[in-house]
Design a protein. Structure first.
Length: 252
C-alpha cells in the first residue's frame, strides 16, 4: 500500500498528531502510565498486537512488552520501519488476525464510528481484546477538537454503547485525567468564551501538526504529580469523571 499524500493524511485545516512534534509533552507522559495502569492487565497472552494510530507511539511503548506490535497510521510521519500506512476505516488485514487491537484517541476521528469499531472487531480473533481511549464530554468541544479532526467527544456510557454495538463485551470502562480535570474544564470553557467573543474565522489553513497549549514548568510538574496520584486510584477502581474515557472489551 502506497503512503497517502498530505491531503489524505489529514483533512484540510487538520494537523497531524501533536505528539509528532512534542512527544515529551506532559499529557503524553501522563497518558503513558494512566493507560498502562488501566489496561495492561487486560492484555492477556499476545502473539500479535495491532496499534492503530501509532503516531501517538510515545504513549504506548509499554505495549512492546506484549508480543509483536504492528503499527498502523494514516499519516506516514507516524510510522516506524515495518509499520503500515492505512486507515482505521478499512484495515488492510484479514479477519481474526490479532490477539489485541489498540486504538488510543483514534475513534473520535472516524465518521461513522461504527465502521471503525466494526473493523477493529473484525480483525480480532475470538477472545481478542480491544483497548481504546477517547476524549470526554461534548460540552468540552472547542476549536482544538476541530484542528485535530475530531467528530465527537464521549461520555463513558456513550463509548460503551458504541463498542457493544460492534459485538464486543466491555470488561472495564473508566474516566481518566480526573486529577487535572478542574484545570481542563477551566481551560476548555475559557476557549469557548474567547471564541465567542472573537468570532474566530472559519477559513482555516492546513497545518502540519496541531499546536499544544503552553504550560509553565511548575504547572507541568503539578499535572504530572496529580496524574501519578491518580494512577494509584485507577489501580483499584474506576473514576466517575475525567477528560478521557479508557475502555477494554473482548470479542466473544
Amino acid at each position: 500500500m502506497s503512503p497517502p499524500t498530505r491531503s489524505q493524511a489529514a483533512a484540510p485545516g487538520h494537523g497531524g498528531s501533536a505528539s509528532l512534534a512534542a512527544p515529551e509533552y506532559w499529557w503524553y507522559v501522563a497518558r503513558t502510565e494512566l493507560l498502562r495502569t488501566v489496561l495492561e492487565e487486560r492484555i492477556g497472552e499476545v502473539t500479535l498486537l495491532l496499534d492503530v494510530g501509532s503516531a501517538d507511539g510515545p504513549s504506548v511503548r509499554w505495549l512492546d512488552n506484549h508480543g509483536k506490535r504492528l503499527m498502523l497510521d494514516i499519516d506516514p510521519r507516524g510510522l516506524q520501519p515495518g509499520g503500515v500506512c492505512g486507515s482505521a476505516m478499512a484495515l488492510p488485514f484479514a479477519d481474526e488476525t490479532f490477539d489485541v487491537a489498540c486504538a488510543f484517541d483514534v475513534v473520535e476521528h472516524c465518521e461513522p464510528e461504527a465502521i471503525a469499531l466494526a473493523e477493529l472487531a473484525r480483525v480480532l480473533r475470538p477472545g481478542g481484546r480491544l483497548l481504546i481511549s477517547v476524549p470526554a464530554y461534548q460540552w468540552a468541544w472547542t476549536a482544538f477538537d476541530e484542528e485535530n479532526g475530531h467528530h465527537r467527544r464521549y461520555t463513558r456510557p456513550r463509548a460503551e454503547r458504541a463498542v457493544e454495538a460492534a459485538g464486543l463485551e466491555v470488561t472495564r470502562s473508566t474516566y481518566a485525567f480526573a486529577g487535572v480535570f478542574p484545570f481542563f474544564a477551566a481551560e476548555r470553557l475559557t476557549r469557548r468564551v474567547m471564541r465567542t467573543l472573537t468570532r474566530r474565522s472559519q477559513n482555516q489553513h492546513a497545518v502540519e501538526t496541531v499546536s499544544l497549549p503552553a504550560v509553565p514548568p511548575a504547572l507541568e510538574r503539578m499535572f504530572l504529580w496529580l496524574s501519578r496520584k491518580e494512577e494509584k486510584v485507577l489501580a483499584r477502581r474506576d473514576l466517575p469523571f475525567g477528560s478521557s474515557v479508557v475502555l477494554a472489551a473482548v470479542k466473544r
